[in-house]
Design a protein around this ligand. Sequence first.
Ligand code: HEC
Ligand code: HEC
Ligand code: HEC
Ligand code: HEC
Ligand code: HEC
Ligand code: HEC
Ligand code: HEC
Ligand code: HEC
Ligand code: HEC
Ligand code: HEC
Ligand code: HEC
Ligand code: HEC
Length: 279
Amino acid sequence: MKRSMKTFIALVYLIGAAALLTAFTGVSNAASSPSKTEESNIISATPLGKDDCLKCHDKEPRDISLDGQKHKTAITCLDCHEGHRPRSPKNIPECSNCHTGKPHYELQGCLRCHNNPHTPLVISIAENVTDACLTCHTEQMAQLQQNESKHTKLSCSKCHREKHPYVPECRECHTTPHTPTMTNKDCLSCHQVHKPLAVTYSDDTPSTSCAACHDTAYNLLVASKYKHSKVACAACHKAKHKMIPLCQDCHGIPHPSKMMAKFPECGQCHGIAHDLNNK
Ligand code: HEC
Ligand code: HEC
Ligand code: HEC
Ligand code: HEC
Ligand code: HEC
Ligand code: HEC
Ligand code: HEC
Ligand code: HEC
Ligand code: HEC
Ligand code: HEC
Ligand code: HEC
Ligand code: HEC
């Protein structure tokens, strides 16, 4: 809390105490000397206390009571609303009276997102917000920029829309998955959303997922009578999309070096990995 806030709160207490005191003397004066009724009426215009607001306002006290968060526990109505109309017609505070010192507090239009100051953490996000997110989250932007894709051009709130921190499912926008049975979890097993073209996956990724785009390879492989047909695509093309393995990674050099000198390519005899000269 800013020092000015503390001073302010101290002041409120002081005023409160003074009010109590005058109220007390007011009453005793009235009792002992009826000639002072007029003065007592004036004095009884005690400054509003924090419990008085409820007498006339329903909505704001209810909002604060239900979801006021630290605006309920750390401060009272009076810390924000200093005075009341008609004497103090301008009693709506600036957020910057109390919140300063972070880039986030330099944003314009706090109420755009925190649209009700009485429920400060109920936040609604408009379309096309990116810069404001960067006052707290920088890693995702870095990923998006270092891995250029069509997602880089979208605003953060195109995906994380309306409520903070809403997380969308891929299919809200991508309505035709590579295979009909793919779940959102599957999408994330190959794609990281802030760098969607850097596809990586684990060894146990089902070959049918690859088949969605590589039906030639898939058909060759499953039709082969050789043992590669039992090996998953992702077990050979390990971890990273477009990686091509070497036969030697798994088999070493299984033949005499004389033979290999004459026929240096495995494929010269075995054809391609997907069918191994299946006939
Ligand atoms: C005796 C009734 C009464 C009490 C008690 C009362 N208010 Fe008000 N308040 C009003 C009225 C009437 C208005 C004007 C409403 C309007 O213009 O629609 C108002 C308006 C306001 C506004 C809006 C000011 C503006 O310029 O638009 C604020 C803020 C406010 N009150 C805060 C408080 C707070 C905080 C308390 C407790 C400390 C409080 N009120 C206690 C009757 C009251
Ligand atoms: C964190 C500061 C803060 C606290 C605490 C706070 N308010 Fe407010 N209040 C505001 C701000 C800012 C606005 C103006 C909102 C706007 O412009 O939409 C406001 C607006 C209002 C209004 C006017 C609403 C209208 O529709 O014109 C009333 C009445 C009000 N507050 C009453 C209260 C009461 C009663 C409490 C305590 C139960 C309270 N406020 C606590 C900051 C606060
Ligand atoms: C009279 C001082 C005061 C004013 C004015 C004020 N706040 Fe606060 N606010 C606080 C304090 C104190 C806290 C709790 C400590 C902290 O987080 O800094 C707080 C906390 C918050 C929180 C976090 C709530 C939580 O429970 O973690 C948000 C969000 C917030 N304020 C937004 C706003 C916005 C937006 C405005 C302007 C509409 C505003 N505040 C005006 C004093 C104020
Ligand atoms: C683009 C939307 C947006 C705008 C504009 C915005 N905020 Fe926030 N604010 C957020 C989000 C989102 C959070 C994170 C809430 C959470 O932690 O759940 C947040 C959190 C906060 C917090 C609590 C956490 C912290 O870091 O202190 C305060 C206080 C706060 N905002 C004050 C402000 C103030 C003051 C302004 C105006 C200068 C403002 N905000 C403008 C979206 C916004
Ligand atoms: C004032 C700081 C602040 C701002 C501004 C802010 N956030 Fe956050 N955000 C947080 C914090 C703190 C968390 C972790 C706590 C939580 O989940 O509420 C979070 C969590 C998230 C999450 C994670 C949800 C999850 O389930 O893992 C997403 C997504 C997110 N924010 C998106 C955004 C977007 C998009 C924006 C801009 C519109 C934004 N945030 C603005 C502070 C902020
Ligand atoms: C194309 C949609 C999309 C865009 C654009 C996007 N996100 Fe996300 N974001 C997601 C999804 C989906 C997740 C959940 C990922 C997961 O569960 O692995 C996520 C997760 C997050 C998280 C939680 C932590 C993490 O990294 O997984 C944060 C924070 C976040 N996003 C912030 C941002 C910010 C800030 C921006 C803008 C710079 C942004 N996002 C842009 C869809 C998007
Ligand atoms: C809010 C909508 C939205 C969400 C949610 C979303 N995307 Fe996208 N995504 C798009 C748009 C728009 C494009 C560009 C499409 C085009 O131009 O054809 C795109 C493109 C892509 C691309 C191709 C990128 C390129 O540069 O060619 C991939 C891969 C992708 N999305 C994966 C995902 C995954 C995985 C998820 C979930 C984790 C997801 N998206 C969530 C809107 C979204
Ligand atoms: C087995 C891994 C894998 C899974 C699971 C997966 N994808 Fe993909 N996806 C890819 C690969 C690889 C590409 C092609 C990338 C390239 O062109 O470099 C791709 C491309 C895309 C594209 C770009 C346009 C296109 O169709 O070529 C989008 C959009 C996309 N995926 C969305 C999704 C969504 C949504 C899901 C979940 C329903 C998903 N992906 C699941 C691997 C996968
Ligand atoms: C959404 C479609 C899509 C999916 C799903 C997909 N790929 Fe691809 N794949 C492509 C595209 C597009 C290319 C580039 C083709 C080109 O360059 O001719 C490619 C290229 C390849 C290449 C060849 C690279 C080269 O240098 O010729 C391999 C190997 C490959 N993918 C393996 C896989 C594996 C393994 C899977 C499953 C884990 C998979 N792909 C899933 C679309 C996809
Ligand atoms: C990721 C590891 C891997 C890679 C890379 C690989 N293989 Fe294999 N290969 C296997 C496994 C596993 C078997 C089955 C072994 C067994 O069950 O005894 C196998 C079996 C074979 C067999 C025997 C087939 C049969 O049905 O008896 C031949 C021949 C073979 N591989 C040749 C190759 C050639 C040529 C290449 C390169 C084009 C290659 N392999 C790349 C893992 C691999
Ligand atoms: C000159 C032809 C030729 C070349 C070049 C060749 N192979 Fe072979 N390979 C064979 C023949 C013939 C067999 C035995 C076939 C059979 O048993 O059906 C065989 C068998 C194998 C087997 C199965 C061994 C077993 O015990 O079942 C593997 C694995 C293999 N080769 C891998 C390779 C690799 C890796 C290379 C490249 C480094 C390679 N071969 C190069 C002809 C060749
Ligand atoms: C036993 C290891 C192995 C398995 C299993 C395997 N591949 Fe391959 N793949 C290779 C090798 C090695 C190459 C390079 C060409 C060659 O030397 O045979 C290759 C080449 C490719 C290519 C690029 C050339 C072309 O044929 O288009 C694609 C795409 C591909 N594989 C996709 C797949 C898919 C999809 C699967 C599963 C259906 C799969 N592979 C299963 C080892 C394998």
